[in-house]
Write a protein that binds this ligand. Structure first.
Ligand SMILES: C[S@@+](CC[C@H](N)C(=O)[O-])C[C@H]1O[C@@H](n2cnc3c(N)ncnc32)[C@H](O)[C@@H]1O
Length: 293
């Protein structure tokens, strides 16, 4: 029989855990196995306690220590509050420093340079949603397309940090934004979880090895589909893809692709501010009678 080792959510061996089973909100079982700080104590008691439980009961190991919620810490809240307050002035910020440029004809770099002082962040609810998805999915590799000043990156990094495993690779065209985002992540004490690559996502992400478990697409909307296609061969089956601002017409080709049954995704719109599309990569398109809709 394999040895049973009790660990908390970040992999530390627990000296004390409470085994809890909840059914319809009621606590049914509550046992405290007798294990010392090195995990060497009376292990048979822990094993017996676990073996007495059904698999569903065994799912609820609630550690008393090392429960982390980095997102709610004062240092992270302070940084996020400041960045969201600054982003609230986006609409008063001239997006185009060169009036002769038009969004449709400008290159991706020209758009990025012209938008250097605008944040264009996800909403706080969208950030919470990202945190939830990363906590639940426990990805090893998270890719972000479009760092800007690092607001969404902070939510992703906080979740990865609280999982105790994983890393975020983000990419951004504007050098000024890359420097600012790195400083913001330092201030939030999350920089050790994040690599920010300066440059065009269509090239900077090419060398990131798979498997990729979760992707946030929040760069220029007409590039979301090409960026996703460039990552597709490295997606792990079950990878989550999140796209922000799905209410914008420029994401219609992206949505059409993700929602088409032949393309290997299960995809739904989620009603946070501006709309987010959450998609799961299944690797299997519709085929034959069983797959056809
Ligand atoms: C909507 S903002 C990102 C907001 C950020 N995710 C947040 O929530 O704070 C889009 C950013 O994507 C960057 N971007 C656009 N196209 C890009 C590309 N091809 N490669 C890298 N970054 C890009 C822009 O410079 C801009 O800062």
């Amino acid at each position: 029989m394999p040895a049973i080792e009790l660990t908390d959510s970040v992999g530390h061996r627990c000296s004390e855990v409470t085994l809890t089973c909840g059914y319809m909100g009621q606590q049914k079982t509550n046992m405290t196995p007798n294990i010392d700080q090195n995990g060497n104590g009376n292990k048979p008691n822990a094993r017996e306690a676990l073996e007495a439980m059904t698999p569903i009961e065994q799912c609820s190991l609630i550690p008393h220590t090392n429960m982390a919620n980095t997102l709610r810490t004062p240092r992270v809240r302070t940084v996020l509050n400041r960045l969201f307050a600054a982003a609230a002035h986006d609409h008063g910020t001239p997006r185009w420093r060169k009036p002769s440029l038009s969004w449709e004809t400008a290159t991706t770099q020209e758009r990025a340079d012209a938008s250097e002082s605008t944040y264009m962040p996800i909403s706080p609810e969208g950030g919470d949603l990202l945190y939830i998805l990363v906590r639940a999915k426990r990805p090893n590799t998270v890719i972000e397309f479009g760092t800007s000043y690092g607001i969404s990156t902070i939510y992703l990094a906080a979740a990865v940090a609280d999982n105790g495993a994983g890393r975020v690779v983000s990419t951004e065209l504007s050098e000024a934004k890359v420097l600012a985002a790195r400083a913001n992540l330092e201030e939030a004490r999350l920089a050790d979880r994040v690599t920010i690559l300066l440059g065009d996502a269509m090239t900077t992400l090419n060398d990131i090895p798979g498997p990729i478990d979760l992707v946030l697409l929040d760069g220029w909307k007409d590039l979301c589909l090409p960026v996703l296609r460039s990552l597709e061969s490295r997606l792990t089956v079950g990878a989550l893809i999140v796209a922000d601002d799905i209410n914008l017409p420029s994401l219609s080709a992206y949505l059409e692709y993700l929602r088409h049954p032949a393309n290997g995704y299960i995809s739904v719109a989620f009603p946070v501010v501006d709309g987010m599309e959450i998609s799961c990569w299944t690797a299997g398109g519709a085929s034959g009678e069983e797959g056809a809709l």
